[in-house]
Ligand binder design. Sequence first.
Ligand code: GDP
Length: 529
Amino acid sequence: MPANLLEEVEKRRTFAIIAHPDAGKTTLTEKLLLFGGAIQMAGAVKARGEQRRARSDWMKVERERGISVTASVMNFDYADRTFNLVDTPGHEDFSEDTYRTLTAVDSAVMVIDAAKGIEAQTRKLFEVCRMRDVPIATFVNKMDREARDPFELMDEIERDLQLEVTPASWPIGSGQDFRGCYDLIRDRLILMDRRAGDVASEGIECQGIDDPKIDELLPAHQAEKLREDVAMVRELCPPFNLETYREGHQTPVFFGSAINNFGVRELLLGLAEYAPPPRPQKADGRSVNPDEGKVTGFVFKVQANMDPNHRDRIAFFRLCSGQFRRGIKLKHMRSGKVLSVNNAVLFLARDRELAEDAFPGDIIGIPNHGTLRIGDTLTEGEELRYTGVPSFAPELLQRVRLDDPMKVKHLRKALDHFAEEGASQVFKPIIGADWIVGVVGPLQFEVLAARIEAEYGMTARFETCGYDAARWVECEDPIRLKAFIDSRRADMAEDHDGALVYLARNGWQLNRAQEDFPEIRFLKTREQN
Ligand code: GDP
């Protein structure tokens, strides 16, 4: 084992930001990167996005709709730590991608709009984090606007999410009267300077909450209110407990205003100090420690055609153990083949850079021509597979039709690409010549049609197909399985991996099938392998 492997592991913080659309995830990301020195000025995330979009036609949909469809990864250093920030699409149509992204992080930051509290998408994403006990730090954003009472917000988080809350900072006023926060962890007063733009106040050292400095800096009524509030917080809320947080049962709450770059530094320092470094990862058969000498990891996302000049795909690979070095030979567990990884990239926020070295927790991009799929494991030789990168049964199904029937083979290729990327699922009914495409949200059909046109030069239309649910079917008893298939031949299909799928026209039909064949498992998710 390299002498510094453990040290490098301890330095890594790999996290995602989860939020309901509009809560301020993009703005917060931008400010975090600013601290990381990864970008020079605010607006760069969006500007960079624009540039990329301009190069890629299919992302027109993304631009027109004003939503961010694709997850990206950014690597930056701050406070002696190396962060990997994995961006997640916020729009609910793309939640499947988000779910998988969350399998690749060690912790999450939940952004909440101070005026709105917990929203639908926050709750959904939180549930995914809970399933995996991902520790969560909370950032209550937009304190510079009229906000709800902070005690009420804390109460809502606790009640709604069944999660212990403890404030890491406490806001002083809100809206027009928002002055800043009292840092409860470091006993500091941090005042917001509305003119400061991208420079954040370092904070003012206080000798506790009774320090007379507070009276010099704040109007009397706010100083008094702050002391009352802090006394109440200390009486009512449990103190921050590192272990409980890391187990996913307690969330420290930071208040701030991302757009004013306020509270962001405290959040980042909090992550640097308390967020967990890479944890042992579950594989079939055993759990893998990050400080093991040999490289292992898994692919959690594949993105095709990031650069239209190259038909390459990038597989996002989460390193779980060992030190990655350029040129390393890794065994691709699904095919048994050995790959020489010479051209992997690290996603530095400003640019991509060839990865010479990478450590557990890091996410690297491996360009390939379709070999690497979501859920694939790569190792330095050990027979081992990571489990738990899920595939979800689509909620919407449509038939795809081409204007030019001569291009059917081409279409098949495109649909397989998207399926491997995890953008959609494709089902080939065992009878007939159609393909059925399944997605989680309706917008995805538009994105797919735009991509088929831009990337493959074909015009495709999506039409209703009468199906409303898809379930993978499994059964230990081959005779019963065959009986089931025979009884519903017209509604049976295969996914792009050849796994058997039952397509149901409605909930009643699905129930009926389950009642008729109790020994068959109808699965809503399938683990990729
Ligand atoms: P996302 O959809 O979660 O990525 O949200 P954005 O970062 O795009 O922010 C949504 C809107 O809220 C934008 O108009 C931002 O300028 C605005 N916004 C973000 N943070 C703040 C904040 O701290 N205060 C105020 N007043 N507006 C903010």
